[in-house]
Design a protein around this ligand. Sequence first.
Ligand code: SF4
Ligand code: SF4
Length: 399
Amino acid sequence: MLYNDFQNERLSALGFGAMRLPLTPGGEIDREELDRMVDAALAAGVNYFDTAYAYHGGRSENAIGASLRRYPRESWNLADKFPGHQNVKGVRPMQPAEVFEDQLKKCGVDYFDFYLLHNVCESSLTYYYGEKTGECLDYFLEQKAKGRIRHLGFSSHATAETLEKFLDQYGERLEFCQIQLNYVDWRLQNAEKKVALLRAHGIPLWVMEPVRGGKLAKLGPEIEAKMRALRPEESTPAWAFRWLRTLPKPTMILSGMSNLAQMEDNLKTFSEDRPLNAEETALLEEAAASLARMIPCTGCRYCCAGCPMGLQIPDLLSIANDMAVARSFNVVSRYTILGESKQASACIGCGRCEMVCPQKIAVPEELRKLAALMETQKTWEEVCAERAAITEAAKREKQ
Ligand code: SF4
Ligand code: SF4
């Protein structure tokens, strides 16, 4: 395992993000598979695990806490986050003390090694952090003084301009910052400037979404064939991690792994340092250019809870992206099977999703386009009727 120094700590370069944990067929967190993943991670030297109040509808903290507690407390670091970004106008904001005590209980720990203000961004600054950051920091710094938090930082999906203002105001009180960083967002979300800002403020960099919610794990047959020609032994996600290692080193790279196979692949990637060479970097830039045209949804699901129509927004956006690549009947039937009340056409355009989306996706507009596109597609029944007619015609011809 590769390691990085942070203050007087030695942190594994790979951290296990508990946002996309393995699921049973019934949709519950698969605790047995999770234990296997945690066992493999710890055995390979991973010592950083990251959860949040909102992950898996509030169930991630219990699951990862229980899995880690099978091992001595000093053998792992646990990071958790205060969900200030979930506060919306008109609703009593979540109180730091209430949430924090609940989180310690859910994780079954006396302290968090790392604790973050979750997702400082334009909407969370408008509805919560804008007024409350000072108060929050006072409370969490008090917990730090009591030994209940060892390191305090923040995560952010803000634009570089907003991040700069926040750092100017609060940077001195925070020890690290987690941002979305990968070879597509380097330009798409101006992550290059954010990294420069953090360096200028002397704040160590934590990376989230290194594989962009799995989008960089599948790049399409053409690019992947070129990758295999250069590095036959390397998986597609490994390229994204290795690109990150070409940057001035991030302290932590979090990966939200969902099964043991992904864990094992990542452990292999982080077992030795092999930054990309110029030819490999150029190939990823080619991949980034084609992916940047897609809807940049990472599947974080922050938007789902507030949708009055109960739409599974990331699933709809994934369908839209798939349709952009290839309009197959499989994709259309994935959409049809949802039923009218859960299709893009059910969106009432209230915009609540757009306000909380860290990727700043114009969701109502994308859903409007998807609904219009799907109107023009043949239904499965029509396809079946067409195929039956063709078969009949062929039979008649033979007779
Ligand atoms: S705009 Fe549409 S998708 Fe977004 S929250 Fe409102 S109804 Fe749901
Ligand atoms: S639309 Fe935005 S908030 Fe919703 S899942 Fe995608 S990235 Fe997350």
